[in-house]
Design a protein around this ligand. Structure first.
Ligand SMILES: NC(=O)c1ccc[n+]([C@@H]2O[C@H](COP(=O)([O-])OP(=O)(O)OC[C@H]3O[C@@H](n4cnc5c(N)ncnc54)[C@H](OP(=O)(O)O)[C@@H]3O)[C@@H](O)[C@H]2O)c1
Length: 219
């Protein structure tokens, strides 16, 4: 039996991932949404309320997990609140974006570390937009890009820390995907990313790497 958490399971990539994982009878999944509601109703799934911008909500989420040990944590929840063609820095947007994508995600992860089994796997969903090797790099979406770059560095740091526990930490770049965040014209469907996440979870992989469609990609 594999127990794990998928944050942001109410929509998009998180929802598709939970739909795929819960099809495996050997998986027990705890998801999250900011309201606590979720469209899914499976016996091996429950959804808890989680707002990553609030420490009290993170603590309540962890208390709601009960007496469980985790084999995986998929840090999928994230926000992109700026206009796609905006390049100026707005401190309110920067703080809000980092509040969820970086501080909240790291706070949740750090507080869940004691619950992780040996050989567990943490997957941070980041982005090509958080990469230093992005092919078509431009000045737009600065708050989001900086947040995902910071999360990538956390992946590398945590991978070193957890090596002795034989736990793995990976970043995954899902690619441009049709969701509320990605919009309707994105070339990829959430269920395709869910397959990539599922494969990464079930594969023997080197820790501290950045993945895209089953292959290690440059940071
Ligand atoms: N779509 C793309 O093209 C794309 C590309 C690269 C990377 N990504 C990354 O992939 C991940 C999933 O993206 P998506 O496209 O599926 O996004 P999405 O459809 O906008 O869904 C975002 C999810 O995050 C949750 N969330 C939002 N604010 C939160 C908060 N303050 N605390 C906790 N949860 C919160 C949402 O919950 P509620 O429903 O309750 O609001 C929702 O479940 C994100 O990390 C994103 O940055 C996406």
């Amino acid at each position: 039996m594999k127990h794990g958490v998928v944050t942001g399971s109410s929509r998009g990539i998180g929802l598709a991932t939970v739909e795929l994982l819960t099809k495996q009878p050997s998986f027990r999944v705890i998801g999250s949404s900011t309201s606590g509601n979720n469209p899914l109703d499976y016996s091996n799934f429950k959804c808890l309320k989680l707002d990553l911008s609030k420490s009290a909500s993170i603590d309540k989420f962890i208390a709601g997990l009960g007496d469980v040990k985790l084999d995986f944590l998929i840090n999928n929840a994230g926000i992109l609140i700026e206009k796609w063609d905006a390049s100026e820095i707005h401190m309110d947007q920067l703080k809000k974006t980092f509040g969820v994508n970086v501080f909240g995600t790291i706070e949740l992860t750090e507080k869940l570390l004691p619950l992780l089994n040996t050989n567990s796997h943490i997957i941070n969903i980041t982005s090509d937009w958080g990469s230093f090797s992005e092919q078509n790099f431009d000045e737009f979406q600065p708050h989001y890009k900086m947040s995902k770059a910071a999360l990538n560095m956390y992946t590398k740091l945590l991978a070193k820390r957890l090596k002795e526990k034989h736990s793995k930490v990976s970043s995954l770049d899902p690619g441009w995907t049709q969701t509320d965040m990605g919009g309707k014209i994105a070339p990829q469907l959430p269920k395709e990313v869910a397959v990539d996440i599922f494969k990464l979870l079930n594969q023997k992989v080197e820790t501290g790497k950045f993945w895209r469609q089953g292959k290690v990609r440059p940071w």
